[in-house]
Ligand binder design. Structure first.
Ligand code: BGC
Length: 744
C-alpha cells in the first residue's frame, strides 16, 4: 500500500513538472489568487480548473455572486445543517467526527466544491471568543483526536478539508492585525498539536492561514510557521490558502509557503499575489521559482482530488440533502447534548404524565443556522426545540409557548455584507503597514466603544421595559403546568465571527427570569443553547440543567428524545464552564490585547490547566456530563511495555437502570517533574456503551509522547524518566482511579 502510494506520488510529481513546464508566468500567477470570492484562477488552455471553495464547518454555505457578497438567490443551495464543531466535540466520539466529516465532504462535492473550509480547530483560550462555537475544545489532545477522523471523512469524497485557522486565532477583536506573543513551548504543546495531527495523521490536503500575527508576523506570511514548522518539520506538501484578506505584503507572501491568496474584494487582479507579484518578478525582486513552488503545491492537491489527470473520470460525485445525512446529524446531536445537573432525577420527564407543558424562552423557537458569520448556511430545515417537543408529544398534550424575554431584532441587510465590511477599513491602506497609528486608532476605538456602549445602554433599557410584561406572563403560566421547560441561552447575534462577547452573562435579562421562574417552579428544566460558556448565577437553585451547543438541523428532535428519556445523554464538556468570567485566565491576562498586541503570558495554563493550577473551582469542569444511569470504575492496572508505552486496564460497570454511554478520561500528572508542567493533562479517552448491570474491561495505551513536554532548547518533545500519576475519571475533577506509572 505504502509502496503504491510512493509510486503514485512519483507519477504525480512527474505530471506536475510536465504541466508546469507548459505554463507561462501569467498562467502560473493566475492560479495563486482568487478569481472570484470563492474560487481561485485556473488555466483553461491546459485543462486546469480553478479551485472551488466553500465554508464550512456546519454545512456547505449558500452561493454568492462571483464578485459581490450578495447571495446568488438560488433555490438549490439549501443543505444539511450539521452540528457545530463545539457540539461535535462534546460527543468525545472520533467516529462521529469521521461521519460528520464524511457528510460535509459529500455535501461539498455534491455542490461541486473542491475544498471545504473546515474544520475549525483553534484552541479555545477565552470563553468570550466570538467564534468558539466553530471550534472544538480548550484541550489540544481532544481536538486532535477529533480533527483527524473529521479530515479523513471529508477527503474520502475527493474534496479537500481546509483546516483552519493556522494558528492560534484565539480572538476576533482586531483579528486582522493583532500580534500574539506566544512562547515556543506553548505553541508546540497547546496551539499546534491538533494542526500537526490533522496534517500527519489526517493527511489534510489544505490548511488555511489565520488572520492574526504570531510573534510579529502575519500567519499567512509567517516563514517560521509555514516553512519551518508546517513544511519542514511536519512534511506538509498540500496547499496553504490564506484566510480571506489575510495576505498583506507581496514579497513576504510570495517568499513563504503560502500558495493561494483569497480575499473579500472584487479587484482580483490587484491582489498581492496577482499583478503586484508579476511586476515584482519582472523587476527581478522575486524569483519565479517562488511561484513554481506554489503552483506545484496547488497541482498536487488537484491530482489528489482527481480534479485533473487520468483519474478525473473516477472522481466521486458526492450528494447533498440525503436522508442518511440527516440521520447522522440526528445521531451526533443526540450525543452532543450535555446534562450538567440533574438533582432528584428531575429528568427525564414522563411524557405520559404531562397534560400541560409550558415552554418558555426564545431559543425554543429560534433558527440558528443562518447566522454566525462565514459559518452561516441555508439549512434544508431546522427543527427547533419547540417543534421537537410538539412532534414528540403530539396533539393530546397542551403545549403553551411563551417568549419569556425580549430579543431586539437584528434584520439582515444585503446592501452591506459584514465579511467585506470587516476588512473595508484596510482597503485603501497598505495593510502591511509596519507602524500603526496608535494615537489615531485609540481615538477611533474610544469613539467606537462610546457609540457601542451607548447603543447597548439603549438596547438594555428597551429590553428591560419590554421584559416586564413578558416576565409576568411567564411566571404566571409556569405556575399552572404539569411541567415547565425553559429554553434560553445565546444566539448568533452574540456568538459570531467578527467580534467577541463583552461578558459571559446570559443576555436579555435571562438570569432574572430564570431566577423568578425557579422561585415558583423548583422543578423547572433549564435548558440552554449556545456556542460558549455562560455564567449561571441561579445554578444552585435549579434541579436540572441541560446544555446544547448549536446542534444542527435535528436539534429539536434530539432535544425531545433526551428530555423524555428515549435517548440517554452522553455528551461531556470539551471546555471548562467557569463560575464567573473573573475566574478566567483572560480576565487576568487580557482578552484582546492593547491595540494590536497581546502577550499570552499564561503560557500553557488555559482551560482546566489554569483552573487546576489556581485551585479555582469552575461551575462545571472540563469533561463533566451526567447520564440517566451511573457508572462504577474498578481495578486499574498499569503495565509498561514496548519501550516506554504504558498499558492501562480497568473495568467500567453500568450500575444504573438504563443503557448508557460513559466517556472515560485518562489524565497524566507528572510527579516531582523538574520542569514546570500542568498539574494534569488529558492524554486518552474512550466512549463506552453499556447495558444496565453490564461491565467492560477497558484497555488503553499511553504512548511515550503522552508523557512528554516540549523542550525549547533541544527543540523536541522529551519524556523524562520518573513517576507519573495516572488519573482515570468521569471528568477532569471526578477522578475514580489512580495509579503510578514509572518511565525508565
Ligand atoms: C473567515 C474564514 C472563512 C472565510 C471565507 C473569513 O472571514 O475567517 O473562516 O472561511 O472568511 O468565508
Amino acid at each position: 500500500m505504502k509502496a503504491d502510494a510512493k509510486k503514485n506520488g512519483k507519477k504525480i510529481e512527474k505530471e506536475i513538472e510536465k504541466l508546469l513546464g507548459k505554463m507561462t508566468l501569467d498562467e502560473k500567477v493566475s492560479m495563486l489568487h482568487g478569481a472570484s470570492l470563492f474560487q481561485s484562477g485556473g488555466v483553461e488552455r491546459l485543462g486546469i480548473p480553478g479551485v472551488m471553495t466553500s465554508d464550512g464547518p456546519m454545512g456547505v454555505r449558500a452561493e454568492f455572486m462571483r464578485d459581490r457578497w450578495i447571495p446568488a438567490g438560488n433555490n438549490d443551495d439549501n443543505v444539511s445543517y450539521l452540528p457545530s464543531n463545539s457540539a461535535l466535540a462534546s460527543t468525545w466520539n472520533p467516529y462521529r467526527a469521521y461521519e460528520m466529516g464524511h457528510v460535509l465532504g459529500a455535501e461539498a462535492r455534491g455542490r461541486g466544491k473542491d475544498v471545504i473550509l473546515a474544520p475549525g480547530i483553534n484552541i479555545k483560550r477565552s470563553p468570550l471568543c466570538g467564534r468558539n462555537f466553530e471550534y472544538m475544545s480548550e484541550d489540544p489532545k481532544l481536538t486532535a483526536t477529533l480533527a483527524v477522523p473529521f479530515v479523513k471523512g471529508v477527503q474520502e469524497n475527493d474534496v479537500a478539508a481546509c483546516v483552519k485557522h493556522f494558528a492560534a486565532n484565539v480572538q476576533e477583536t482586531d483579528r486582522l492585525m493583532v500580534d500574539e506573543e506566544i512562547d515556543v513551548r506553548t505553541l508546540y504543546e497547546i496551539y499546534l498539536p491538533a494542526f500537526k495531527a490533522a496534517v500527519q495523521e489526517g493527511n489534510a490536503y489544505s490548511i488555511m492561514g489565520a488572520y492574526n500575527k504570531i510573534n510579529g508576523y502575519h500567519c499567512c506570511e509567517n516563514k517560521n510557521l509555514l516553512d519551518l514548522v508546517l513544511r519542514n518539520e511536519w512534511g506538509f506538501d498540500g496547499t496553504v490558502i490564506s484566510d480571506w484578506g489575510g495576505v498583506h505584503k507581496t514579497k513576504e507572501a510570495a517568499e513563504c509557503s503560502l500558495d493561494i491568496e483569497m480575499s473579500v474584494f472584487p479587484d482580483f487582479d490587484e491582489y498581492k499575489l496577482a499583478n503586484p507579484l508579476k511586476e515584482a518578478i519582472k523587476k527581478g525582486e522575486i524569483s519565479e521559482e517562488a511561484v513554481n513552488a506554489k503552483v506545484r503545491n496547488i497541482l498536487r492537491m488537484m491530482f489528489r482530488l482527481k480534479m485533473i489527470g487520468k483519474q478525473k473520470e473516477e472522481r466521486k460525485a458526492g450528494s447533498y440533502n440525503t436522508p442518511e445525512h440527516r440521520e447522522m446529524a440526528l445521531r451526533t446531536a443526540e450525543e452532543s447534548m450535555i446534562l450538567l445537573k440533574n438533582d432528584n432525577r428531575t429528568l427525564p420527564l414522563n411524557a405520559g404524565k404531562i397534560k400541560k407543558l409550558v415552554v418558555i424562552g426564545q431559543n425554543a423557537a429560534k433558527i440558528h443556522s443562518d447566522g454566525g458569520g462565514s459559518a452561516e448556511i441555508k439549512a434544508l430545515y431546522e427543527i427547533c426545540p419547540l417543534m421537537g417537543l410538539k412532534t414528540y408529544l403530539g396533539g393530546n398534550t397542551e403545549i403553551q409557548y411563551l417568549k419569556g424575554y425580549y430579543v431586539p431584532e437584528k434584520p439582515k441587510t444585503f446592501d452591506h455584507n459584514w465579511q467585506a465590511d470587516s476588512l473595508d477599513d484596510l482597503k485603501d491602506t497598505d495593510i502591511g503597514m509596519a507602524v500603526r497609528d496608535e494615537a489615531n486608532e485609540n481615538e477611533m476605538h474610544r469613539k467606537g466603544e462610546e457609540e457601542r456602549l451607548a447603543q447597548l445602554e439603549k438596547e438594555k433599557a428597551e429590553i428591560h421595559e419590554k421584559n416586564k410584561a413578558l416576565f409576568a406572563q411567564a411566571v404566571e403560566a409556569a405556575k399552572n403546568a404539569d411541567a415547565v421547560i425553559f429554553v434560553g441561552g445565546l444566539n448568533h447575534d452574540i456568538d459570531s465571527e467578527g467580534f467577541d462577547r463583552s461578558d459571559m452573562e446570559l443576555p436579555y435579562e435571562q438570569d432574572l427570569l430564570i431566577d423568578a421562574l425557579l422561585n415558583v417552579r423548583k422543578d423547572m428544566i433549564v435548558t440552554l443553547i449556545g456556542g460558549s460558556p455562560v455564567e449561571m448565577p441561579w445554578r444552585k437553585k435549579a434541579s436540572a440543567i441541560l446544555w446544547s451547543y448549536y446542534a444542527g438541523m435535528e436539534t429539536g428532535n434530539a432535544f425531545a428524545k433526551i428530555i423524555f428519556g428515549d435517548v440517554n445523554p452522553s455528551g461531556k464538556l470539551a471546555e471548562t464552564f467557569p463560575e464567573k468570567y473573573q475566574d478566567c485566565v483572560t480576565a487576568k491576562n487580557g482578552q484582546f490585547g492593547v491595540w494590536g498586541k497581546i502577550k499570552l503570558e499564561e503560557g500553557l495554563y488555559i482551560g482546566y490547566r489554569y483552573f487546576d493550577r489556581q485551585h479555582i473551582a469552575p461551575a462545571f469542569c472540563f469533561g463533566h456530563g451526567l447520564s440517566y444511569t451511573e457508572f462504577a470504575y474498578s481495578g486499574l492496572t498499569l503495565k509498561t511495555e514496548k519501550g516506554r508505552d504504558v498499558k492501562l486496564t480497568f473495568t467500567v460497570k453500568n450500575t444504573g437502570k438504563k443503557i448508557g454511554s460513559e466517556i472515560v478520561q485518562v489524565y497524566v500528572a507528572p510527579i516531582a517533574s523538574k520542569v514546570d508542567r500542568p498539574d494534569k493533562e488529558l492524554k486518552t479517552y474512550a466512549k463506552i456503551e453499556l447495558a444496565p448491570g453490564k461491565s467492560r474491561k477497558v484497555e488503553l495505551v499511553l504512548k511515550q509522547t503522552d508523557f512528554a513536554y516540549f523542550d525549547e532548547h533541544l527543540h523536541e518533545f522529551i519524556a523524562n524518566a520518573g513517576d507519573y500519576e495516572i488519573l482515570v475519571g468521569a471528568s477532569s475533577e471526578d477522578i475514580r482511579l489512580r495509579g503510578i506509572a514509572t518511565l525508565a
